[in-house]
Design a protein around this ligand. Structure first.
Ligand SMILES: Nc1ncnc2c1ncn2[C@@H]1O[C@H](COP(=O)(O)OP(=O)(O)O)[C@@H](O)[C@H]1O
Ligand SMILES: [Mg+2]
Length: 411
């Protein structure tokens, strides 16, 4: 093991990074290449705020990592600077509703952006809204409210608050005007919205399409120039990160993560160059973290079904059928003294695990015996077992899981 002294010195005198922060997901570069069209469009829409008009509401959608958040924040930052230099009253509330995940928190952030002080608890959301309106009626100017990852809020709490917000101008009297930007990674979510919310929020729609490998390469080149010391990246590192991320629906966040983690691994090992093999290791590390995050948040019975899949597939060495998985699941449930869910529900859980990419389930025909599903583990079994065994309820049967997945002979 390296001494602490050595660890601190290697990191402090990094031979790899100039400014690692430039690769972190929340850093917004000053220029976003390959997003000119979307940025120009958003800027044109919002620019009318500079002459005191209410911009159209905007609905922005596209898959994760296509630059929606970065582009929106960039445009708003520049708009706010412009408004300031021209003495225009502009208020911006940016709310990531995945992090601020209740209507109360969202409404508090909005109210605080116009100077209302809201206690952590103790008021109803309606009361916070009322205080916001009361204050805003006495003000002049334009306010732009961004609700990022809006699908999370609606999935959890319905669209009541959106319904209220798209009509807020009716409560405001006219000197203070609010416009909304809704951002979502989920296109199907849009279909399920209340039609009135949908049409109001969608006064303008901007779609962010996925980046291809060549575009990702340009993006990484740009960011790498700021983040790494000159010459430390092997020439095939950026193309590899881009190609891997392009396969995952053109996700720039994934591409940047790969590049950053590859650099971190090289640094940790005290090496002076970042190579292909660091990228491949980074991919494993990121995937492992993702699996851990996903499995951690699964409900109890989903974890039990997943545990049954791990055992039934011998830790991922073979496929299993829904029947086999169900039998094992029932066994666990009875050992733990829990109430079991139906076969149908277990089938549903298997479908959900498949969507999360933890397993793969494929329907196959067995001739006159009907159909069954062939289930295999898609994720590395080690982190799966580790996280499942940490569940305080399941930990009582965890030894079994470890044994079934066969520690030593699974390389
Ligand atoms: N065109 C681009 N140029 C530079 N960095 C980009 C570009 N598009 C996205 N990024 C970066 O990729 C990451 C993901 O972008 P983000 O805006 O968070 O995606 P989304 O909100 O669509 O999920 C962020 O770190 C962002 O800065
Ligand atoms: Mg985003």
């Amino acid at each position: 093991m390296a001494s602490l002294d050595e660890i601190f010195d290697t990191v402090a005198d990094s031979r790899i990074f100039k400014e690692r922060e430039k690769l972190l997901p929340d850093y917004i570069p000053d220029k976003l290449i390959h997003r000119d069209k979307e940025i120009t469009r958003l800027a044109h829409t919002l620019a009318v705020a500079l002459r005191g008009e209410r911009p159209n509401n905007v609905f922005i959608y596209g898959l994760t990592g296509t630059g929606k958040t970065a582009a929106t924040k960039l445009v708003l930052r520049k708009l706010a600077e412009k408004a300031f230099s021209r003495g225009v009253k502009l208020y911006v509330a940016y709310v990531n509703v995945r992090q601020r995940d209740t209507p109360y928190r969202v409404m508090s952030d909005i109210a605080e952006a116009v100077g209302v002080r809201v206690p952590f608890t103790g008021l109803s959301t309606g009361e916070v809204y009322r205080r916001f309106v009361l204050r805003a009626r006495k003000m002049r100017g334009v306010m732009i409210i961004v609700l990022d990852e809006i699908d999370f809020l609606v999935k959890k709490h319905g669209d009541d608050i959106l319904y209220k917000l798209v009509r807020v101008n009716e409560d405001l009297g006219g000197n203070f005007k609010v416009s909304l930007i809704g951002i979502t990674n989920s296109v199907s979510f849009v279909e399920n919205l209340d039609p009135r919310v949908k049409s109001s929020l969608g006064e303008e729609e901007i779609v962010f399409s996925p980046y291809n490998a060549a575009q990702l390469r340009d993006i990484l080149e740009e960011r790498a120039r700021e983040a790494f010391k000159p010459g430390v990246l092997d020439p095939d590192v950026i193309p590899l990160c881009s190609a891997l991320a392009a396969r995952e629906h053109g996700d720039a966040r994934r591409a940047l993560d790969l590049l950053r983690v590859a650099g971190e691994i090289a640094e940790r090992r005290g090496e002076s160059r970042v190579t292909r093999s660091h990228v491949m290791l980074a991919r494993l590390e990121i995937e492992r973290d993702r699996v851990v995050d996903v499995v951690k948040t699964l409900p109890l019975h989903s974890k039990l079904v997943l545990a049954a899949i791990v055992e039934a597939t011998g830790g991922g060495r073979r496929t299993a059928t829904t029947g086999e998985v169900y039998d094992l699941y029932k066994q666990y449930v009875s050992e733990l003294g829990l109430e079991e869910v139906t076969f149908r529900r277990v089938s549903g859980i298997i479908g959900e695990l498949d969507m999360l990419g933890i397993i793969r389930a494929r329907t196959v025909s067995r001739g006159r015996y009907g159909k069954t599903r062939q289930i295999e583990l898609a994720a590395d079994p080690d982190p799966v077992v580790l996280v499942i065994s940490e569940d305080p309820i399941i930990s009582r049967i965890a030894e079994k899981l470890g044994a079934s997945h066969g520690g030593s002979d699974s390389v």
